[in-house]
Design a binder for this molecule. Structure first.
Ligand code: ZN
Ligand code: ZN
Length: 279
C-alpha cells in the first residue's frame, strides 16, 4: 500500500494561489517553489535533528497573557508539526546596535534589526551563553514584541518574522494586533506567522503551488488571506520529514484552534478532515 495515499487524496482540495496584487509578496519577490524531491534534497543536505524539540524563547516582559500565548503556541506547534515543543526561559538582553535606539511612533513598539535578534541567539556571540541553547533542539524560535526590521533605516523593510536558515528564527507580535493592545494579539495571525517561520527551519521554502501557510507574505492583508494550514503539497513534504496520522493531526488542530476562538471557516481543516474520514 502507498503510505502517502491519504495525503495524496488531499490534493483535490488544494486552493489556487491567490493572484498577486501590486503590494503583495509575489509582485516583489521571485519564487521558484520547491518540489517534494527538492524538499527531500534540502533535508538530506542539512539534516534535521529528529526526534528533537522545537524550543520557544519568550522575549518580552512576562505577563499572564504572554505566558498564555506561549503555551498556546507550544500546544499548536506540537499538533501542527508532530514534534515536541518546549517553552524555554527568556534569553539575556542582546547588545543592540545604535539604530536600535530609534523609536518610531508607529504604534508597533520598539524597532529592532531582526539580524541583531538572531545574533543574540547565537551561542558565544554577544548573547546567549552556549549552555542556554539545548543540544536536542532542532529549531530555536524567539517570540518578541519588538518590531522587526531587516534594514531599520529603510521605511518599508519591516518583517513579521525571519528564519536564519540554521534552525534559528524570530517572530514578532508587534504588527499582529486587532487593536494596539498587547492583549489583542490576533491568535490566527500569530500562529500563521509562527508556523510559517518554524516551517522554514524545517527546510520548507515558500510555496507557489497553492494557497498555503508557506506562501510569502508582505502585509497583514496577505496574512489574513492565507490559511493557517499547509496546502496538500506542503503537507506531503511534512509527511516525508516525519510520518504522522493525518486524521488525528487535523482533528487535534481543529479542537485546539476552535478552543482559542480561531475561525476556521475558510481554512483547509474541515475539508481535510471530511476527506480523510471518507478515504
Ligand atoms: Zn517566509
Ligand atoms: Zn504549500
Amino acid at each position: 500500500m502507498n503510505i502517502f495515499m491519504p495525503i495524496d487524496h488531499l490534493q483535490r482540495i488544494a486552493k489556487p494561489l491567490l493572484p498577486a496584487g501590486p503590494d503583495d509578496w509575489l509582485s516583489h519577490n521571485i519564487e521558484k517553489g520547491q518540489s517534494k524531491e527538492q524538499y527531500r534534497d534540502a533535508v538530506d543536505s542539512r539534516p534535521i535533528k529528529l526526534p528533537g524539540a522545537i524550543y520557544l524563547y519568550p522575549y518580552f516582559d512576562s505577563t499572564p497573557f504572554e505566558e498564555h500565548l506561549m503555551q498556546v503556541a507550544a500546544g499548536f506547534l506540537t499538533d501542527y508539526f508532530s514534534v515536541s515543543v518546549r517553552v524555554s526561559t527568556r534569553p539575556p538582553e542582546p547588545k543592540l546596535t545604535p539604530y536600535n535606539k530609534f523609536k518610531h511612533d508607529i504604534g508597533c513598539g520598539k524597532r529592532v534589526a531582526s539580524k541583531d535578534i538572531l545574533f543574540a541567539m547565537r551561542p558565544t556571540r554577544d548573547g546567549l551563553p552556549s549552555d542556554h541553547i539545548p543540544s536536542d533542539g532542532h529549531a530555536h524560535i524567539l517570540v518578541t514584541d519588538y518590531d522587526l526590521w531587516y534594514e531599520p533605516d529603510d521605511q518599508d523593510d519591516w518583517l513579521f518574522g525571519l528564519a536564519g536558515g540554521d534552525g534559528r528564527a524570530v517572530v514578532s507580535t508587534a504588527r499582529l494586533m486587532r487593536t494596539h493592545s498587547t492583549e489583542c494579539i490576533d491568535f490566527a495571525r500569530f500562529l500563521k506567522i509562527l508556523s510559517h517561520e518554524v516551517g522554514h527551519t524545517l527546510h520548507f521554502a515558500h510555496c507557489i503551488d497553492a494557497n498555503c501557510n508557506m506562501n510569502g507574505t508582505n502585509s497583514l492583508n496577505e496574512v489574513d488571506l492565507h490559511p493557517i494550514e499547509l496546502c496538500p503539497y506542503c503537507l506531503r513534504k511534512l509527511y516525508l520529514l516525519s510520518p504522522f496520522n493525518p486524521l488525528n493531526r487535523v482533528s487535534r488542530l481543529i479542537a485546539t484552534l476552535t478552543d482559542i476562538g480561531v475561525d476556521l471557516t475558510d481554512d483547509y481543516f474541515y475539508l481535510e478532515k471530511r476527506l480523510l474520514e471518507t478515504n
